[in-house]
Design a protein around this ligand. Structure first.
Ligand code: URA
Length: 472
């Protein structure tokens, strides 16, 4: 029986599968092995690999099948390559049922893909980075995680998109991902992973635990739902995992009414100090915002608009970019959106002079429309270029809570894949801080329907109230 030996990844399988199809090799006639699983260099002549230099078959498959195959390729099962080839073979023979959930193979394929997607979601939800002592050097953050399927590369890219220039390492039982501030490196070596297993609690963890305890409400405890959303098998990798059994038994033991209040009461206003991440200026970095040429927006703006507010503010409000009036005055949020925001702050009991107000992009981006300058949404490149200044503000201002106003601000912190709809009204831990995401005041101003506008303003007020409570 011919043996096809491939690297254990989707691209290698796809190339080999195309060649095998071109040679008319039926699924039953091939044995698939992966590099790691290849038993010996001395396979018998009858085990010779098919000629993979032969021409390969180009077959058209639906987008849906392509996605299913790609996702299912990460399913942990040594037999998966042969199974995926069987599905592809059937499709190439014109048997479209192979991808259908009503078919035996199709159902298995769909189930595998779904399970992998679940593992991707889990990885994002349950990886917890621990900050290391600065004197230890890079990586600044480390995490130990045991994914159900081979989703490390996918998860690592997700975090690389979101953690700016921080250096970090995620180790798993069979590999590790490292980010050196610019590039992502993947290692498929279990030994390396084991060496780096992480078990030292640190300051960031203490902050996280305090936060977790304070949001845990025994009166609302639903153990079934908790275990469904945070499966028990992940608890050991989560700092808060150690708290959960105790908190559950406390809640079961009749403390439902008073459990959280007791704990919050006992905190006595104690705060956990966590070293903020140091900004990492580039060698050719401008020394002042006024001379910034990191992107082209300065060319058409009157001036750069600095953030404004006390350095020891507990709350930072992060907008998108200065508008027409801000550009002329050189101050953030002084135009119509600023007035709406002032109003919302008054309603929420958050005095403007106590918060730090800034923007993701510091120059006004606009296009001419007659005599007017019309706001233009900044491109991701411009947001990335300006993150240099935002990093410094995050470092210099001691805000515990950041209220992101609109999608640009959210993306500036969490990366472009973070959608506003999925985050509005939610609290998301971010480094040593918490993000409360809400709408941009300009969005409310654009709504003509009064009821809809008031609903948006109410959501902004609620986010500010939440920030006030969390920052106290
Ligand atoms: N919109 C913003 O995002 N920021 C401002 O400063 C003004 C309007």
């Amino acid at each position: 029986m011919p043996v096809i030996t491939i690297d254990d990844d989707f691209d290698a399988w796809r190339n080999a599968a195309r060649h095998a199809l071109a040679q008319g090799l039926t699924p039953e006639s091939i044995e698939w092995r992966t590099e790691q699983a290849a038993p010996s260099l001395f396979d018998s002549a009858s085990d010779a690999s098919p000629d993979v230099s032969a021409k390969s078959e180009t077959i058209r498959i639906s987008k849906e099948l392509a996605t299913l195959l790609k996702d299912a390729a990460h399913f942990r099962d040594p037999q998966r390559w042969g199974f995926l080839y069987r599905v592809l073979w059937r499709w190439a023979q014109g048997d479209r049922a192979a991808a259908s959930a009503a078919d035996e193979d199709g159902a298995r394929l769909n189930k595998m893909a779904k399970s992998v997607r679940r593992a991707q979601h889990d990885m994002i939800a349950y990886v917890r980075f621990r900050q290391r002592e600065a004197s230890l050097g890079a990586p600044e953050y480390i995490a130990w995680y045991e994914p159900d399927h081979d989703v490390l590369a996918w998860g690592a890219e997700h975090f690389a998109d979101r953690m700016g220039k921080s250096t970090w390492l995620i180790t798993t039982p069979d590999g590790a991902a490292m980010f050196d501030g610019a590039h992502l490196h993947l290692e498929r070596r279990p030994a390396l992973a084991a060496d780096h297993k992480v078990d030292t609690p640190d300051a960031a963890e203490a902050l996280w635990m305090t936060y977790y305890r304070s949001i845990f409400n025994p009166a609302r405890l639903n153990e079934g739902a908790l275990e469904q959303h945070m499966p028990v098998r992940f608890w050991k990798g989560l700092p808060e995992g150690a708290l959960i059994p105790g908190m559950i038994s406390q809640a079961r033991g009749g403390a439902r009414r008073v459990g959280q209040a007791q704990h919050v009461g006992a905190m006595g206003g104690k705060t956990v100090q966590v070293e903020a991440q140091a900004a990492q200026p580039e060698r050719d970095a401008p020394t002042s915002l006024d001379t910034c040429r990191r992107c082209d927006l300065w060319r058409h703006a009157t001036q750069a608009v600095q953030g404004e507010g006390p350095r020891d503010a507990r709350i930072m409000l992060l907008g998108e970019q200065p508008g027409d009036q801000e550009d002329l005055k050189g101050e953030p949020f002084v135009g119509p959106a600023g007035q709406l925001l002032d109003d919302a702050m008054r309603r929420a009991g958050v005095p403007r002079e106590q918060v730090y107000l800034t923007n993701s992009v510091k120059h006004f981006k606009w296009e001419p429309r007659g005599k007017r300058r019309l706001h233009k949404t900044p491109a991701q490149q411009e947001i990335d270029a300006c993150s240099y200044w935002l990093e410094q503000e995050l470092h210099d201002v001691g805000a515990r809570v950041i209220v992101t106003l609109g999608a640009t601000a959210l993306n500036a912190l969490l990366g472009k894949r973070a959608t506003l709809s999925a985050h509005v009204g939610r609290v998301v831990p971010y480094r040593d801080k918490l993000i409360v995401a809400t709408y941009h005041p300009s969005y409310a101003l654009r709504q003509n329907d009064e009821a809809a506008r008031e609903k948006t303003v109410a959501a902004i007020v609620a986010a500010l109230e939440q920030a006030r409570d969390l920052s106290g």
